[in-house]
Write a protein that binds this ligand. Structure first.
Ligand SMILES: Cc1cc2nc3c(=O)[nH]c(=O)nc-3n(C[C@H](O)[C@H](O)[C@H](O)COP(=O)(O)OP(=O)(O)OC[C@H]3O[C@@H](n4cnc5c(N)ncnc54)[C@H](O)[C@@H]3O)c2cc1C
Length: 325
């Protein structure tokens, strides 16, 4: 059964709709009678047809914050719509920096709790049941909102698959949301954008991910991970141990406090398989682990395990792949 209306927040990157928003629209279709997308920034109408193809019946334009941080204006616009009685039963927000910012402000504006780290959503009578990881991802808690007002969920990317469907013919209507009260908080401005340099696919969108951990032994040995990822047309990833050690940037981190990935193949090299790492990659279709310790926890989720030294196994793999191409 589910709820009457869900709003899905659509945070665009370079004007494009990221997979995380399409995943949420796809899931929302099965949980609500009406799904609407909330977008902001320049030319919202340009993505209306794509959002419609994933089930959005309308696109609500929260305005263009320009160089202001998006949290205050977007949360303000949604709160204003709720105050006018036009709000949804639930708001789904992808767990990104801006998404978390909007969620926190919205929670304060609406005086409603926000459930973060959501990895599952189901219809439950006329409401929604959410599943979210707690205690470092070692336990999954189930929650249901009570009381009046929208339920606010911050959902981890890759919790659902994105599939087009449920849309109507043509682009859905774009309607403006009312402008909200910005409060005294909207004093920060974005002064520069920095895109992390990258040649292959994005880590959380790649079909193949090759990750390295402390078992590599040194920052220099990470070059093997980079090379292997390139040869396989994939993205390099990392455990937190080597991010903390400064071997690779944080953007590479897979896991509870990093990115969630769901590739066709995940290759874990010299990674022990701590719960906090596995929570970010255990849903990969095929997991291959290379570890010299046959009792390493990573082997409990691996489809193929290689008990061996990364310094022997990875060069052989690289050599074989090079010979093939
Ligand atoms: C709140 C919290 C959040 C966290 N979030 C994350 C997160 O998002 N992502 C994350 O990854 N971690 C996270 N962690 C850290 C996590 O608990 C682990 O400490 C971390 O994942 C360990 O990284 P590792 O597997 O690279 O290192 P280790 O645990 O040290 O494992 C190294 C592995 O390499 C193997 N090895 C050693 N030498 C070789 C060799 N020559 N060849 C092959 N194998 C070898 C060893 O047998 C061992 O299994 C978090 C921790 C906390 C408390």
């Amino acid at each position: 059964m589910g709820v009457d209306k869900i709003w899905v927040l659509v945070e665009r990157a370079d004007g494009k709709v990221p997979p995380a928003a399409l995943e949420l629209l796809t899931r929302a279709r099965d949980l609500a009678t009406t799904v609407e997308a909330v977008a902001w920034g320049p030319d919202v109408a340009a993505v209306a047809a794509e959002l419609g193809a994933y089930g959005a019946a309308a696109v609500l334009d929260a305005g263009d914050p320009g160089d202001a941080l998006v949290g205050a204006p977007v949360a303000g616009a949604i709160a204003a719509a709720v105050a006018l009685g036009n709000g949804p039963d639930a708001v789904l927000i992808a767990a990104t920096y801006d998404g978390r910012d909007i969620a926190g402000r919205l929670s304060a504006r609406l005086d409603r709790p926000v459930i973060t780290n959501v990895v599952g959503l189901e219809a439950d009578g006329d409401g929604l049941l959410s599943e979210h990881g707690i205690f470092g991802g070692t336990q999954v808690a189930t929650a249901r909102f009570t009381g009046a007002g929208p339920a606010l969920f911050v959902v981890r990317p890759k919790s659902f698959s994105a599939e087009p469907g449920g849309g109507s013919e043509g682009a859905p209507q774009v309607r403006p949301l009312p402008s909200g009260d910005l409060g005294s908080t909207n004093t920060a401005a974005i002064v520069a954008h920095h895109a992390e340099e990258r040649t292959g696919p994005k880590l959380d969108e790649a079909d193949v991910v090759v990750s390295g951990g402390r078992g590599l032994g040194s920052a220099d040995a990470y070059a093997m991970i980079d090379e292997l990822a390139k040869l396989l047309g994939g993205a390099p990833g990392a455990s937190r141990a080597i991010v903390d050690a400064g071997w690779v940037p944080y953007a590479y981190q897979v896991g509870q406090t990093g990115k969630t990935v769901k590739p066709t193949v995940y290759l874990a090299c010299g990674i022990s398989g701590a719960t906090q790492h596995m929570v970010g990659m255990k849903n990969a279709k095929n997991i291959i682990a290379v570890n010299k310790d046959q009792d390493a926890p990573i082997f409990t989720v691996a489809d193929l395990g290689i008990v061996g030294d990364v310094h022997k196994v990875l060069p052989k793999l690289i050599e074989a792949l090079k010979a093939r191409s």
